[in-house]
Design a protein around this ligand. Structure first.
Ligand code: SF4
Length: 281
């Protein structure tokens, strides 16, 4: 009998410790139970830790503080879950911090063995952490690899002109790529490399939470939307990705080789500007 009580008591204490730990309490001056040893729980914490179990009802002295603290723990856990699921918008400072943390993880990433060996540095992404509009390109080129910023070479300069024509600034937009490391010789990203880097892209999009995304070129479009359709088929209309509307168009480096396609890109930008409520003139 006493062994059963000890076992029950130990379980109640462990539940309380787990709840206090979840609510941020890491130190206690005393534990109100003699001969109680802290053990590593063998089972995962219960989700509904505020429910009073029959065992807890036998020991009101332990149940009362546990219930109070469990309520605080439940509130804290709910807030964390809400933040994680991104239902509650992050503040600007929170977004900056989360992007910095993710960027530090990316800087150490070696998932793509070849790219990790040949890159000068990772190219994470730049711009407004609260941007309504995110631009996604393919992968860093030589200039981006050297400078650590996406779209800074000749294609980037053309992109800047497009942004200017839209009466926006680069600082208002968030810019990143499918890959965060330069493929040697500017070859196309391999599907497995895009797969490796997808978690980081989704992480950035989850933090910035744009209303609109422009995929520049077929690599960005096909990888983000999971399609093999050509850019010619994809451009000129919106797709949905999460809560964002996605527009696909030609990559600026394609426009450098095929200037005639600039008018098509401008038509796409006008569709986007109209949808975003930006002035067209
Ligand atoms: S491309 Fe992305 S997944 Fe691959 S090594 Fe670079 S950061 Fe990691």
């Amino acid at each position: 009998m006493s062994e059963t009580i000890d076992t029950d008591l130990r379980r109640v204490i462990l539940q309380s410790l787990e709840s206090w730990h979840a609510s941020g309490i890491t130190h206690l001056t005393s534990i109100p139970v003699p001969n109680a040893s802290v053990e590593t729980p063998r089972t995962a914490p219960q989700e509904s830790s505020t429910e009073t179990t029959p065992d807890m009802a036998k020991k009101p002295a332990a149940a009362k503080p546990s219930t109070q603290i469990d309520q605080a723990a439940q509130t804290a856990a709910a807030e964390q879950a809400e933040l994680r699921s991104q239902k509650k918008p992050l503040s600007r400072d929170q977004r900056i911090t989360e992007l910095q943390v993710l960027s530090q993880t990316v800087a150490k990433c070696t998932r793509c063995t070849e790219l990790a060996k040949t890159r000068t540095q990772t190219v994470f992404g730049v711009g407004n952490p609260e941007a309504r509009l995110v631009f996604i390109g393919e992968a860093p080129g030589a200039d981006e690899d050297a400078q650590g910023e996406p779209f800074v070479g000749r294609a980037g300069q053309l992109l800047n002109k497009i942004i200017e024509a839209m009466k926006l600034t680069r600082e208002e937009i968030y810019i990143c790529n499918i890959l965060r490391c330069r493929p040697p010789g500017n070859r196309l990203p391999a599907p497995e490399e895009a797969g490796h880097c997808r978690e980081y892209l989704d992480g950035q999009l989850g933090i910035v939470k744009p209303e609109y995304i422009v995929c520049w070129g077929s690599c960005a479009s096909q990888n983000l939307l999971g399609t093999t359709d050509t850019i010619g088929k994809l451009r000129g209309r919106f797709f949905q990705y999460g809560e964002a509307k996605v527009l696909c168009t030609y990559h600026p480096s394609y426009l450098l080789r095929n200037p005639a396609a600039k008018k098509d890109v401008w038509e796409d930008m006008k569709i986007l500007m109209k949808e975003m409520g930006l002035p067209l003139e």
